[in-house]
Design a binder for this molecule. Structure first.
Ligand code: PGA
Length: 259
């Protein structure tokens, strides 16, 4: 893992966006895994600036990480709506090339494997963008998720529903279930960019990066990923034992080793 500690979310987002733009310039048909929530917003803002400056995202494909079960697609807080509003429109992507799990599928048991098959048919995810929950979840893979799980229905923890209540009128309106890419699905991505900002994420980041590999902290599975880059601000990095080494290693990154 490469761990980049920065002073602001904006500074880190600019570094990550530059790397993504480089890849899009090289391969206009790149496949991005798209996270929702507050964390990736600075990154999407940077990518939107790049789009305005001429980077062409029209051939890029996108796969959202997750969706609530039972929520109407046009509900403003469905991830289908959020991705449309926060990613597709600002980056001028083509809506038909951006996929979100179908939380209203008639056969939810089938919707997960179908989504994995769709990802595979697109050639697999080149760069998966991720946040992390306070409880260590990535996607909606809550503690106890199999480290090799595939896209499937999961029950949200109370902690996650309370954390996401800010997007709804009350916690009771937050759906109880979701369809989420599995940890195995996420691990299939060629590259992973995980972002965490703020002290509320410090414990999850310490557990994920330096704790034991464990289903109790689903983010810890990234320790097994051959090409994961972790972008954390000082507050989210506060619990890291080896922070000085990570800073040193990034400061001495060989010139030929691009992000
Ligand atoms: P957040 O959510 O970016 O809104 O903090 C992250 C997550 O729960 O995975």
């Amino acid at each position: 893992m490469e761990i980049i500690i920065g002073s602001t979310a904006e500074e880190l987002a600019a570094i990550a966006a530059a790397a993504i733009v480089r890849q899009v310039d090289r391969n206009p048909k790149i496949v991005l895994g798209l996270a929702t929530g507050s964390t990736p917003r600075p990154l999407y803002a940077e990518l939107a600036r790049a789009a305005a400056a001429g980077t062409d995202f029209r051939q890029v494909q996108g796969f959202a990480l997750d969706e609530y079960v039972g929520i109407a697609k046009d509900h403003p807080e469905s991830y289908a709506s959020v991705i449309q509003r926060e990613v597709v429109l600002p980056l001028s992507m083509v809506r038909e090339r951006v996929h979100v799990p179908d939380g209203r599928a008639f056969d939810l048991a089938f919707a997960g494997p179908q989504y994995d098959a769709d990802i595979q048919a697109a050639g697999g995810i080149d760069i998966q963008i991720l946040g992390i929950g306070r409880n260590g979840h990535i996607g909606f893979n809550e503690p106890g998720s199999s480290l090799s799980s595939r896209t499937r229905v999961k029950t949200l923890t109370n902690d996650t529903r309370v954390a996401n209540a800010r997007f709804f009128a009350s916690v009771d309106e937050v759906p109880t279930h979701c369809l989420t890419q599995g940890l195995g699905t996420i691990m299939d991505a060629r590259r992973v960019f995980l972002f965490a900002f703020g002290e509320a994420k410090a414990e999850a980041i310490a557990n994920a990066l330096e704790g034991p590999l464990s289903a109790s902290c689903p983010g810890s599975v990234l320790q097994l990923h051959p090409h994961a880059t972790i972008f954390v601000d000082e507050q989210a990095a506060a619990g890291l034992t080896h922070a000085e080494y990570y800073r040193y290693a990034y400061a001495h990154k060989p010139d030929w080793q691009e992000l």
